[in-house]
Structures are given as structure tokens and as C-alpha cells.
Design a protein around this ligand. Sequence first.
Ligand SMILES: Nc1nc2c(ncn2[C@@H]2O[C@H](COP(=O)(O)OP(=O)(O)O)[C@@H](O)[C@H]2O)c(=O)[nH]1
Ligand SMILES: [Mg+2]
Length: 699
Amino acid sequence: MNEPGARSLRNVAVIANRGAGKTSLAEAILLTTGVIPALGSVMQGTTVSDFEPEEIHHRSSVSTCLLRCSWNHTTINLLDTPGALSLLGEAITALQAVDAVIVVLNPASGIRSELLRLWSHVKALRLPCLLFVNELDKESESMEELSAACRRDLEVTPLPMSSVLKEGGQWIGVLDFVNQAAIHSRHDTAKWQQQPLSADAEATASEARKRIHEAAAECDDQLLEQYLSGGELSQADVLRGLRAGVRAGTLVPLYAGSALKNVGTVPLLNAIVDLLPSPVERMQSQPVTGQDVEGAQVTRAMTPEAPFSGVIFKTIIDPFVGRLSYMRMWSGTLQADSLVYNASRKIKEKSGHLYQLLGKKHTAVSAAAAGDIVAIGKLKDTQTGDTLCDESHPIVYSWPNLPKPVLSFAIEPKSSADIDKVSLGLHKLIEEDCTLGFTRNADTKEMVLSGTGQLHLDLALEKLHRKYGAEVVIHTPKIPYRETIRATAQAQGKYKKQTGGHGQYGDCWLELAPSSRGEGFAFANRVVGGVIPRNFIPAVEKGVVEAMQHGTLAGFPVVDVKVAVYDGSYHVVDSSEMSFKIAASMAFKKAMEMAHPVLLEPMMTVEVEAPAAHIGAVIGDLNARRGRILHVEARGHAEIVKALVPLSEIMTYTTTLNSLTGGGGSYVMELARYDEVPREVAAKIVEEAKTSKHAVAAH
Ligand SMILES: Nc1nc2c(ncn2[C@@H]2O[C@H](COP(=O)(O)OP(=O)(O)O)[C@@H](O)[C@H]2O)c(=O)[nH]1
Ligand SMILES: [Mg+2]
């Protein structure tokens, strides 16, 4: 197979809100470029992109899909990303592999917070952008509104490049302003025809064309001079100006169409080739740098001859085919079945075959060159985010911070047959998805699965079942409460047993004192005169530490106490480590009860982002959850509230936030500290703990 040089390549991610039409647009592009003979449908689960069973089931993309097609002698790697807020990690990682984006706008849904979040990554990477307004087959009067939303929320002024073309009320195609042509589409098919404009269309198009020429001229000093002095700009001049503006990010062309009907894709494809940068041009305008071993910033030449480097931006593990790592090549050439160096982990790995992907279809290739995107088979220890490179020219590229898990389920294998499958399966799922977390909570002993939202966790469990045959029961995780004391107290623990022969004798006095929050546990030996022999002191400490595992209040671990042993007595024959351990444990429990024990709860710093119109409701709700509002600020069209909220009150917040904000809100949270539980709330927790198994085990 003839490999494209990096100059005739385009790597583009399609991003948008969920349901805007990304997958349908990708399908239309595949049809127009002749890759597929007919349009598949998202609703019927027959598109090339949405091939995973979960995508067919949910009728929506859940992971990034790599597609390959070609147009005007240019190869296009298209990444169709999921739009759902809780799957944003997939789209953010896809952005690391491309040189430009197409944003699909849907007049019905406008610009929602998921797109806004992604947009901040697009801006940070300074990726050029084309806009595609979809669903224009539906009656829609809101083009103006959409343009206003682009200016307000994305801070870009769209430049219309095409518009809907109607004849006798029927939609027959689009007007291509750049080429001053009518592109008649045969709906749902790949066939299209370029025709001269009718007189009516001519008026609309020439006005738009004037604006395009003006905009192109403004992007290039020489063109501006030519334009202002009354000179006509040639087609090549216009494209040159537009290209410069698009690459600088000052110009954002907007295309009209309908993905479902495959209308409007021709001007968009022309723009991908004519206006978006090749990998070589991207390196010139927005160079991608990595770090060498000394930590210095370095770049690599986007040529096949340069030392090889690339970043793994996605990993999939198929129970049958095995591991497949998707890589964006930043320099050099990689041969199939070769030894590669993972500079992020400083290990060498044998790579398997190399593949070009079209959805689930793999085509093996012998090598991949700078600028391209390929999948590598059988890398064992390489993870998403790692840099692979030539060992003699090590480089590590940066990797973005991905959304943190906010929602957790406690999971239990449904039956003993599921135990191994659950932990094996989850570990594999986490390798595929870095925004998923799986831990065994040391305090509560539960297996906890965490994700970025309800849909994210639902999908993880569906995959766990389908791919690894594991079934689990889920419930809200237990809150890892803790106990501490607020006063100083002293108590004696005396353990004395005379059961014939060898007896047992341990006796100690402990003093418990509160220490500052987060300081943990400290133990001191203040025994004088050898009333407890030195060799038994470690046993006393051990007894204390064991007693602290289950506090006297509700059986939760005790933290932030200073314990000192200061008196006691012993018996020459009967004293043993065991008897001092037991005595210490008795003394601790007695003293703790007298030391004003209190319950502590985890407090989370929660940052909620919601449309300004809903922020009042969000704040009211956070207050009702015993939250303390720390800060409110505006970010674009949204408002951000920062609050300190007890974990127990925000465990299942996703659903509430969704209903409070009509799906437009999102949040992140992390553990801030442990705070004392208010008395009335604590009483309930203590009561519950006493009746639960937890308490039984503790006492
Ligand atoms: N009427 C109409 N429906 C569309 C169009 N594009 C997509 N859809 C429908 O909108 C829904 C979401 O489309 P999809 O491509 O999955 O959106 P994605 O989530 O952005 O990938 C599907 O039911 C599509 O059939 C369009 O141009 N016109
Ligand atoms: Mg999709």
C-alpha cells in the first residue's frame, strides 16, 4: 500500500455535544469518499463508528473511533469522539492525536457544557477548527442564534462558507460560496453534482463570497494590500488567506448541511484538505514539544527520516484479539514487529503488527511514518499516555489532566464464580480507560468502582459483563467515617487471669489527648522506675493500635490521638506481651469513652459548573446538603460554585445535578479533610452502626 507523506495527511477529530450528529457526519464522509457504499444509521446500530455492542445498545458513541478515508489525493484520519459529559476523557485524549477539529453544531441543542469543556482543551492546544451546522433538513430558524452562541460561548465569529439550497421548497443541496457553485446532492447517496448558480442563488452567494474575500484578505498583509487597492483575489489567493486565518485560529469557517441526508459534506471535505494543516504545517504553526532526559523542551522533525517518536492516545483490550494501542506518530518511521522503547516507563517492548483502522476493520501495514495514526498490536506494558520512541533519542510528550472520578459504586461479585472475573475484568477496563478507578477501601473493606458519572459507570459494568462475563451487585459505598476525641482522659487497663499453672498479668495506665486534625497517631512512653519493664512497652503500643481500629463510638477507626503510657505494674512470672497488649486495649477503650469521643466525616471540595440560570438552584441544594459555599465565579456563560460538602451528602449527586440544571451542569470533587459530624447527624450514624454488622465485628 502506498503510504501518504505527512504533507498529504489530515488528522481531524470530530467533537460536539452528545447527539449533535458526529457519528452520522463521519458516516456521511465515509460515503462521500467512497469508503462505504451506503449510509449506516446510528439508530439502527449500523454505522462504521458505533460498532461496539454498548454503542449499538445506547444508540450513541461511547468511545473514540478511528476512521480513514481519502479526498482529493489527501488521506484523512478522522476520529469520531463521544460527546457525553461523563465520557469526555475519551474526547480529550483524541485531541492529543490530531492537528485540527470539526465541531458539529446542532441548532436544536445549541452549545452545551460538554462542548465548552472540550473547547477549552482545543484552545489550549491551539487546534484549528471548522464548524459544521447539522440537521438543517429539519425546519430551523435558529442559525442566527447559533452564530451568537458561537461568539458568546466559543468566542469565535463563524464565517459562513455554504448554505442550504432549496428549489420549490425542496432541499436540493448546498450553495458553495467559495466556488460559487450549487452542489446538488442526491439525498442519502454519495452522488453529487456541481452546477452553476441560479440568478436567485447568485445574489446570496456573491454577498457571502465578498465577506469571505474580505476575511481572507485580513489574514495576510500582502492580500490585504491587494484587496484594498481594488484588486481581485484569485481562488488561490483566497484559499491562502483562509488557510492562514484558520491555522492562526482567527478564522473559523462554518459549513451547512445534514449528516443524515449526506448533504453539505463536499464543501466540508474540500475544507479539510484545503484549509486544515497537514502534520508538517501543524508543526510549523503549533509545534508539539516533548522533554528529553534532562527535562529540556525538544521538538522532532515531522519527517520519516527523523528519530521515531509517538504517543499512545488510546488502548483497547479485546478478550480475543488482545491489546491494541493507538498511536499518533510525531516523527520518524516505525516498522511492524519491531523492538520499541517506552520512554515514559523506560522499558523496551516488542511490538506486534501495525494496523490502519476503519472502525472495527483492521488493515495490516508494514510501517507507519511521521504524522500518521496507527494501531500497534500486542504491547504488554505500554499504557495510554506513554511516549514510544527511538531509544537513542529519548523524548517524552506531555499528557493532559483527565477528568477525575466523582461517582462511586461499591461492587460485590454476584457469586463466588464472579470473584476472579470481576477483579481481572476491572483491571483491564481501567487500562482502557484512565478515568475509571477501582480501589479496595482500607476502612470499609469494600471494592469501590469510581467514574466520572452515572453513564460512565453503567457502561463499565456492561462491558465487564460482556467482555469478561462478570456480574456484580452494586450499592452506595459506605462512608469511611472516623472517630477521634475532644478531651484528655486517663484510664487503667488491668488484665489478670489465674487459670491454674501459669497466669496472665498486665496492668497499665494510659493518657489519651486529642491532637490536631490530620496529625494522626503518636505514642509516648512516660513510664519511670521500670513499673512496666521496657520490653513490654511495644506490646502496650500494639494493644493501643489494635484498639484504635474500631473506636468505641460506632466502630470506625480512631485517628488524631496522642497516647502515653505513664504507669502500671507487672508480675515477674505471669506478665507477657499478650497480657500487656490486652491490658492496653482495655485501657484505651475505657479512656476513649471518657475523652469525649466524636465522629469525623470526609469533607469534599466540590466544584460545580452550571448555566448561570440554574446556579441559584444549585447553591440552594448544596446548602441543603450541609454544604458550605466557598466561592462563586463566572466562567464564560456558566457559573462555578466551589463548596465544602460532606461526602455522605454528595455520594449520588450526578442525578440531582442533572435534574437541577437540565443536563447542563457538571462537577468535580476531591477529598479536602475530615470534619466533626454535627451531633444530630452523628447520633443517627452511631445508631445505624450499632445495628449493623460493622458494629458487631467491632465489639
Ligand atoms: N434529522 C436529522 N437527524 C440527524 C442528523 N444527523 C444526525 N441525526 C440523528 O441524531 C441522532 C444523533 O446522531 P449521532 O450521529 O449519533 O450524534 P453524535 O452523538 O454526535 O455522534 C441520531 O438519531 C441521528 O440519526 C441530521 O442531519 N438530520
Ligand atoms: Mg457519536
